[in-house]
Design a protein around this ligand. Structure first.
Ligand code: ATP
Length: 362
């Protein structure tokens, strides 16, 4: 097992495109770290550089206690699991699982032992003599995981391993990966564009945009204290509501919005520096409540346009003086599209951002 360290790792493609600007972070031995970001943000490039499938244009990449910039992929002690799991169709599950070890000339007893161990852990014992064509997508992906596991690598690299599975399988295989990580205790780097996968699997998450690391933090810190507007908008579904306002000083701080001014009752030195300046205010849909139903003070009025019941809750899509706004309400809330509603929020649940730098004001 080993940790991984990136020190100012950079990737410039031959056409001059900077895919990864300068990435520096550590992945602890045994940690499951997720790289997440929108399409084209550089997450696959970063993973492929760690795997050795893509050259590194600058900086140093460490696996364990050695710099591996110029080490061939096969000598890096890593195993990679891709989204298209590329099993050998003519081999049985057992043969697929053991193939990498056979290639390395491992003794048969050792191969059998490791294959049995992986198959046990992944629940594949019943399918060992099946060919890939006879397996479900989830089972195939488990074989692909098993093939990586039998090699007992220092680091697992997973590139969107669940994206070819349907929603239900994606969920169960996601739980499977979390379970395997706990049992094997291996270092794992997991690439996804899916924020739910990132939040549920990652012990820590790197949010990338345009080749630049935006924030590296625990899932809850990313959600509760996004460092900038990009992270605030990327994590959370429906996304955080954002609106323009100006901070004023009356009795303590107040927030002047399109609709009127509300007292915040909170203050901080950082916020006080923005008095009489424009700010962008963020409020998560779950922190914006129907005022009458919840006994919270009304802060703004809105017109309810679309009601979306999703089973365990309802999304309320509204329009107010400052634009569109979404809130989440309990499943049995009495709401009618086409009516006016009063909304409230707790001042301490607001997020403030600088409109110019887009950075969080804390
Ligand atoms: P996706 O989720 O769509 O796979 P990603 O975040 O994994 O996206 P990368 O595949 O790492 O993104 O690509 C990062 C950027 O580098 C993109 O703008 C992409 O177009 C560009 N890129 C990727 N490969 C090359 C290449 N061989 N030559 C030039 N540019 C490339």
């Amino acid at each position: 097992m080993a940790g991984v360290r990136l020190d100012k790792v950079r990737k410039v493609y031959p056409n001059g495109h900077v895919a990864v600007a300068e990435a520096s972070f550590d992945i602890a031995d045994g940690e499951l770290l997720v790289l997440v970001g929108p399409s084209g943000c550089g997450k696959t490039t970063l993973l492929r550089m760690i795997a050795g499938l893509e050259s590194i244009s600058g900086g140093e990449l460490w696996i364990g206690d050695r710099v591996v910039n110029d080490v061939a992929p096969k000598d890096r002690d890593i195993a990679m699991v891709f989204q298209n799991y590329a099993l050998y169709p003519h081999m049985t599950v057992q043969e697929n699982l053991g193939f990498g070890l056979r290639l390395r000339g491992q003794p048969k007893e050792e191969i059998d032992r490791r294959v049995a161990e992986a198959s046990d852990m992944l629940g594949l014992n019943e399918r060992l003599s099946s060919k890939p064509a006879a397996l479900s997508g989830g089972q195939r992906q488990r074989v692909a995981l098993g093939r990586a596991m039998v090699r007992d690598p220092a680091v697992f690299l997973l590139d969107e391993p669940l994206s070819n599975l349907d929603a239900k399988l994606r969920l169960s295989t996601r739980v499977e990966i979390a379970r395997i990580h706990r049992r094997v205790g291996a270092t794992m780097i997991y690439v996804t564009h899916d924020q739910i996968e990132a939040m549920t699997l990652g012990q820590r998450i790197v949010v990338l945009n345009g080749g630049v690391i935006q924030q590296l933090d625990t899932p809850m810190n990313l959600y509760n204290k996004p460092v900038n507007l990009f992270v605030a908008g990327f994590l959370g579904s429906p996304a955080m509501n954002l609106f323009h306002g100006t901070l004023r000083r009356a009795d303590g701080l107040s927030l002047q919005m399109a609709e009127g001014t509300v007292s915040l009752g909170v203050t901080s030195d950082a916020l006080a520096a923005y008095v009489d300046k424009p700010v962008i205010v963020g409020v998560r849909p779950e922190d914006l409540q129907l005022a009458e139903a919840n006994g919270v003070a009304t802060r703004l009025h809105a017109h309810l346009e679309v009601v979306e019941p999703v089973g365990n809750e309802i999304f309320l899509n509204m329009r107010y003086a400052g634009g569109e706004i979404v809130s989440r309400a309990p499943p049995h809330s009495v709401v009618q599209p086409g009516t006016d509603v009063a909304l409230g929020f707790a001042a301490e649940r607001l997020h403030f951002f600088d409109p110019e730098t887009t950075c969080r004001i804390d």
